[in-house]
Write a protein that binds this ligand. Sequence first.
Ligand code: GLN
Length: 259
Amino acid sequence: MCRHLVYLGAPRLLTDLVLTPPLGLLRQSYLPRDMRGAGYVNVDGFGVGWYPGGGDKAVRYRGSRPLWADESFAQIAAVTEAGVVLAAVRSATDGMPVVHTACAPFTDGHWLFSHNGSIAGWPGSIGALAAELPVTDLLTLDAPTDSALLWALVRARLRAGADPGRTLAELVASVAAVAPRSRLNLLLTDGVTVYATAWGHALTTLVDRDSVTVASESYDEQPGWEQVPEGYLLRGTATTGVQCRPIEPSRTDHREGVQ
Ligand code: GLN
């Protein structure tokens, strides 16, 4: 399953967040430590999103090759600083295409989004939820994948003015209700606040006085990394740290069978 990360804090080189940490995303692309039985490596592309000049418009760089194979990204990362970054390396779920458009982050204006996991029973299990979307949203998905559909559902609710944390929690609960055994670790930022769910996969945080990192796996062995409990929604900012609360499960959810 993919690995992802959000950093909020003082500006840092993308290299220092993504490529050089000893256990960071580069290493997680070929030697992740906590995949929970869902895949072995994360070599089906990658993506990095950030906010140039500290502005509120997100940009991203995505590629369909393994993170280590993209020399152009390494050059850009070595000279690009950002105070807010969302990055991911991908392990394509069986049957889903290996194309750069399937890689996180998905984006819309100031939003950056990633999904680590899979929807069980895709695509049949999720048909009724997908039908809530305007046809044009379905025709213009980034890619024919579960993650791109989840992003379209999140984006539609955000555009309608919904609260971001509640949006993620409600979506996780409603997908789990119709597709039990799904893994739904979602990660969303607007450039100020990070929202994340731990649902079927590992999620960990590193908080210090003026930064917050939320990641599938810790990127080094320094003390201070803390696991987010399974079934929780997280909200964090660089100045207020992180707060977590349980996601209200739907009555028809049966997570004990997570695959
Ligand atoms: N199911 C998603 C995809 O194929 C995410 C994969 C993952 O988390 N490994 O892109």
